[in-house]
Design a protein around this ligand. Sequence first.
Ligand code: NAP
Length: 312
Amino acid sequence: MSAPDSSPLFGNVALIGIGLIGSSMAHAMRRANLAGHIAGYARRPETRAVAEKIGFADSLHGDLAECVKNADLVVLATPVGSFAEIASELGPHLKRGAIITDVGSVKMAVVRDVGPFVPEGVHFIPGHPIAGTEQSGPDSGFAELFDGRWCILTPPPGTDVDAVAKLKTYWEKLGSNVEVMEPKHHDLVLAIVSHLPHLIAYNIVGTAADLETVTQSEVIKFSASGFRDFTRIAASDPTMWRDIFLNNRDAVLEMLGRFNEDLAALQRAIRWGDGDALFNLFTRTRAIRRSIVEAGQDTAAPNFGRSGKEKN
Ligand code: NAP
């Protein structure tokens, strides 16, 4: 009987961006032996120094061409607004037969910005892991980030099926479930489940910060009554989220239109004392929360599993 094949899935992997997502990928690749060599790129020497100290990459580069030179898999993991410039610079250095993918939170704009710079013979398969935290930087990553989470791949029509299958296997070995989708549909789905909630959080925290009748110290002191959970989302990286809203404008504006209509209906229900309308909506939303917990996408522990001493 022959021994099971223990060679890594990819010989050389280049991570362009080694923040939360890039470094988590490196840790998860190491855990599953997915790469013979992990090369990491960051613009700033400070970022590379932190990565070097942690040791999740085999080589670190401040030069894109150098980083991708021998790569079988290239992963763009910088803010979405930087993709066009990065792709134009590294495109000519990609190896024939390599796969280039990304982890960006929008997909139509990635197809638009990266697609034109992908040379003949290189497989371009955009992707998006639905996993993250509000932390950023190379010291925020951890191997378990993608475990049990979804990753969406949006291969353009005609993409090599073997390359898609290989990238799907890669994500599964990183711990994720994989779904394939059209980029336009991805952007619409993410507009409601991620982008709009972030916009609402940024807005409500901004409103509270600007109030004149309630002091900032009161907002902070009594935050555990609900506000605190918005502040976690509103602490997300400003560059990343600026780029998401600038690059998923149409889908976000469409969902925002729907949201404003529903908010106006709630406003009306409160004004007219329509308790049934409020009660019915709150009952439906409670059921959605239950479905999310049942699907294993959050904990059922009270107060998101925070210590029992804290009051809601
Ligand atoms: P991060 O922790 O802030 O790391 C960003 C990385 O990109 C760093 O290595 C940074 O290092 C580099 N970088 C920043 N600006 C750059 C620029 N203009 N040009 C080149 N390099 C740049 O970010 P992240 O959370 O890992 O997010 C990376 C990507 O993953 C984004 O596209 C985001 O949409 C996507 N994503 C994030 C999450 C999340 O929850 N955080 C979830 C899913 C997908 P230097 O500044 O030294 O270059």
